[in-house]
Design a protein around this ligand. Structure first.
Ligand SMILES: Nc1ncnc2c1ncn2[C@@H]1O[C@H](COP(=O)(O)OP(=O)(O)OP(=O)(O)O)[C@@H](O)[C@H]1O
Ligand SMILES: [Mg+2]
Length: 410
């Protein structure tokens, strides 16, 4: 068997696992699984034992399908609050070589990541916003270019060390070696936005259970990344209050009868609400359910739009002509595309991971985009670091050092 890769995404509502094999035809999925999870609040593991149960279940399904046991994993990190700040790194290109090598790229990234932080914070991941070669910005791939210095602009994901430690502890308890950590927004965007969209300018909005991740791309590079601490769970919460139902029942009404735009619900549609505590079932207009959902979803989408504008991005302008691409479990809500188009005033579509890369049918759902993107990014990074390590001795045990640094809270 060729090289095996596995990734795990512990979301607020579910754990997703993908196992793939690196073949001559590229990455081929060998197994995938999901399982509901508890003990996770806004993407942060708060109860290690409960979160572990979700990972065990999802892993079991994927391992059975792939017929192998996973030992090493890359993990998605989606904990809120993660601060996303800008970084800048510079690396000189050695005169005797004169052309940019993978080692220079990694050195520039490393320099950009080395920022002073309080003890309880750490950089969990990065995304390259731009490469600058000898002062010229907008370089797609600097490797091989003649230059005397290479610079990079980065987005740095600064997380609470305790949140990272909890995630690592889950993996450690299950004897899984963590080889890489990928910030969820970056992982999701990798699997959802097509190359054309990234080039033309597009915004991914991943509305999950506990968090909404927003990533804007232009000229194939991220231009803004942020996370909003409200998503599908907030919608369910509002239905609990508005319909006076327990959480489980409110969630069921949302999934079975939900709609994102009140006006688009036919006037005669009714929803039967279960009687609680021996009471009779109640009948409400489906448009009432939609009204509650629309109010919350509109608020979340408006927050996304406002944050984009604050980052200097006009999602309605020519620079982002590919519009909005929605994903995450909440993107299944009927008519959410209409609501987004109304609020943002830009074209929208729902994106699936199968739009970008070939994957098995059963995996082409908003459950697997983050984990599949995470697997691809960690694979690409591994290749970059292998190229660096092939030039032995230039950066001794470089990758090990990063790993130790990520895991230093253990
Ligand atoms: N048919 C549906 N209609 C509306 N909402 C739905 C539907 N199916 C799932 N959802 C909602 O999607 C959310 C789960 O989405 P997702 O799996 O993307 O979250 P997650 O990745 O576990 O969480 P997060 O990324 O926020 O940490 C839940 O709030 C769920 O209620
Ligand atoms: Mg998610």
């Amino acid at each position: 068997m060729d090289e095996i890769l596995a990734s795990i995404d512990i979301g607020t509502a579910k754990v997703a696992v993908v196992i793939a094999e690196n073949t001559a035809e590229g990455l081929v999925v060998r197994g995938f699984g999901i399982a509901p999870v508890e003990g996770v609040v806004r993407g942060t593991v708060v109860n290690i034992h409960k979160a572990e149960q979700g990972v065990i279940s999802a892993l079991k399904i994927a391992e059975k399908q792939a017929q192998l046991k996973v030992k090493k994993v890359s993990v998605a990190f989606g904990g809120y609050p993660t601060k996303i700040i800008k970084g800048h790194g510079i690396a000189p290109v050695p005169k005797d070589r004169g052309t940019v090598s993978p080692t220079d790229i990694v050195r520039a990234i490393e320099a950009g990541k080395s920022i002073a932080l309080p003890e309880d914070k750490q950089v969990v991941d990065y995304a390259v916003a731009d490469f600058v070669v000898d002062g010229n910005p907008g370089v797609d791939d600097p490797i091989g270019m003649a230059a005397s210095k290479v610079e990079c602009d980065l987005f740095l994901f600064v997380a609470d060390s305790a949140a990272v430690a909890n995630l690592m502890r889950v993996m450690e308890e299950l004897d899984l070696e963590v080889t890489d950590v990928v910030a969820s927004p970056v992982g999701s965007a990798r699997a959802i936005l097509t190359e054309e969209e990234k080039e033309l300018g597009a915004v991914m909005i991943d509305i999950g259970a506990g968090t909404t991740d927003v990533v804007a791309y232009k000229n194939r590079r991220p231009t803004a990344i942020f996370t909003i601490p409200y998503a599908g769970e907030s919608v369910t919460h509002d239905l609990m209050v508005g319909l006076k139902l327990p959480r489980k029942e409110a969630e069921k009404v949302k999934i079975e009868h939900g709609c994102a735009v009140e006006q688009l619900v036919p006037a005669d549609q009714k929803v039967e609400l279960p009687g609680i505590g021996g009471r009779e079932p109640r009948i409400v207009d489906r448009s009432f359910v939609a009204m509650i959902m629309e109010a919350r979803l509109e608020e979340i989408i408006s927050m996304a739009k406002d944050s984009l504008v604050q980052s200097g991005i006009d999602p309605t302008g020519d620079d982002y002509s590919a519009g909005i691409v929605l994903t995450g479990g909440t993107s299944i809500t009927p008519h959410i595309v209409d609501l987004v188009e109304k609020v943002v005033k830009a074209p929208a579509r729902v994106g699936l991971p199968g739009d970008v890369m070939p994957i098995p049918d059963g995996m082409n759902t908003p459950d697997f985009h983050t984990v599949w993107g995470t697997l691809n990014i960690s694979f690409e990074r591994k290749r970059l670091y292998e190229q660096v390590e092939a030039k032995k001795g230039k950066i001794p045990a470089f990758w090990d050092r990063i790993k130790r640094w990520i895991l230093r809270q253990l």
